[in-house]
Design a protein around this ligand. Structure first.
Ligand SMILES: *Cc1c(COP(=O)(O)O)cnc(C)c1O
Length: 396
């Protein structure tokens, strides 16, 4: 090719290679070029592999969705731009005018807002009930109830949903049973094995694990559900970015190691907190005094995940003293990071609720939620001992 036949603009093709990179390449291309119109037809019609436009799919998302679908045992799934967009995709894909939703009353804060403020504005009603009580859920059903949405382990009180009872109910009443499996993760619990219809994740959390992506996943068993979810993601523009998918795939390589270590640390930290003066109660699904201990044992079989919540005998100033004294632990309103993070629901996830509404959920001013990471447990025990003592000091 003579130099004048080339263009510096967009004419390079990848060199042929007999070898492949070990690491998935990052493919940020918005668009894919076909040889001719017939080949493009074939790609669109699924007769040939390939992509056309990144909102409709790209290799980094496809690879990651396949991996999470495999972990969950889903027939298919799609990546979304956040956990919230995965939830939105479910509603946008499956609801029809007039449909009613029943959901757990301790869901992720934004999800509660979506159900109580945004969906009603669009004509969908939602009833929120205690998901650990299948009879209460049954009582909330209406003839027009279409969909049941729960979290396996709920934020921040770590209540456990009666997944088996709810699956039976959903089958009897022909409901679409949707499970947010973010807290438990497929390493602890696989909702499809119990008969759930749809599973979703905030991949932002433990699956990606490094607090550097905002990403979601939603997958289903029925082809019709998967098609509708894919169309909702593509049409409403809920798609995930290649870079986020690439980072999350890298994070997944160590997911099992991080999960196991974090879970082990969480159990040890729950035991440790229990012995500290100034701690009023510890919430951990693996302990006998947890309100859903029997459900947790039956469903999670010892895999109680990485979250521990507890109540300090403290007001705001004591909470501040606690946070300042825990110098090696980040005070950050997220969870699932490789390192331990502390959140204070009254000032973050549950700030929109009144004091009374929070009290009804068991969330006092001294309520602390810990997402336990992979640190040396001795360090965690030291940090928490010092921080709880600082809160007590404040109160005297
Ligand atoms: C964080 C979270 C979400 C929302 O996910 P984003 O990625 O922040 O949009 C949904 N459900 C649960 C249980 C979560 O923890």
């Amino acid at each position: 090719m003579k130099p004048e036949d080339r263009s510096v603009v967009r004419r390079a093709t990848l060199p042929l290679s007999e070898t492949r990179p070990l690491v998935t390449p990052l493919m940020p291309s918005t668009v894919y070029c076909a040889e001719d119109a017939d080949r493009l037809d074939a790609v669109y019609e699924g007769r040939a592999p390939g992509y056309s436009y990144a909102r409709e799919g790209h290799p980094n998302a496809a690879l990651l969705a396949d991996k999470i679908s495999w972990m969950e045992g889903a027939a298919g799934g799609v990546m979304t731009s956040s956990g919230m967009s995965a939830i939105s995709a479910v509603f946008l894909a499956l609801l029809e005018k007039g449909d009613h939703i029943v959901a757990g009353n301790q869901l992720y804060g934004r999800c509660l807002r979506l159900l109580t403020q945004d969906l009603p504005r669009l004509g969908f009603e939602a009833s929120l009930v205690d998901a650990s009580d299948a009879a209460a859920v049954a009582a909330a059903l209406r003839p027009e109830t279409k969909l049941l949405l729960v979290e396996v382990v709920a934020n921040p009180t770590l209540r456990v949903a009666d997944i088996k009872g709810l699956t039976r109910l959903a089958k009897e009443r022909g409901l679409i049973f949707v499970v947010d499996n973010t807290f438990a993760t497929p390493r602890a619990f696989r909702p499809f094995d119990q008969g759930a219809d749809i599973v979703l994740h905030s991949v932002t959390k433990l699956l990606a694990g490094h607090s550097d992506v905002t990403l979601g996943y939603v997958g289903a068993q029925e082809a019709a559900h998967n098609e509708a979810l894919y169309d909702a993601v593509t049409t409403w523009g809920l798609n995930a970015s290649p870079f986020d998918c690439w980072l999350a795939e890298r994070g997944l390589n160590t997911f099992e190691l991080r999960y196991d270590r974090s879970q082990e640390n969480a159990k040890a930290l729950a035991d440790h907190l229990r012995g500290l003066p100034g701690v009023l109660q510890v919430l951990y699904p693996g302990e006998d005094d947890h309100p859903d201990a029997a459900l947790a044992r039956d469903l999670l079989q010892g895999n109680y995940s990485h979250m521990v919540s507890f109540e300090l005998d403290a007001r705001r100033s004591g909470v501040n003293a606690f946070l300042k004294a825990a110098r090696n632990i980040a005070f950050a309103p997220t969870l699932g990071d490789v390192g331990t993070t502390i959140s204070h629901p009254p000032s973050s996830s549950h700030r929109a609720l009144t004091v009374d509404e929070r009290a009804a959920l068991g969330i006092s001013e001294g309520f602390i939620r810990v997402s336990v990471g992979v640190e040396d447990i001795a360090l965690l025990k030291r940090e928490f001992s010092a921080a709880v003592a600082a809160a007590r000091q404040d109160g005297t």
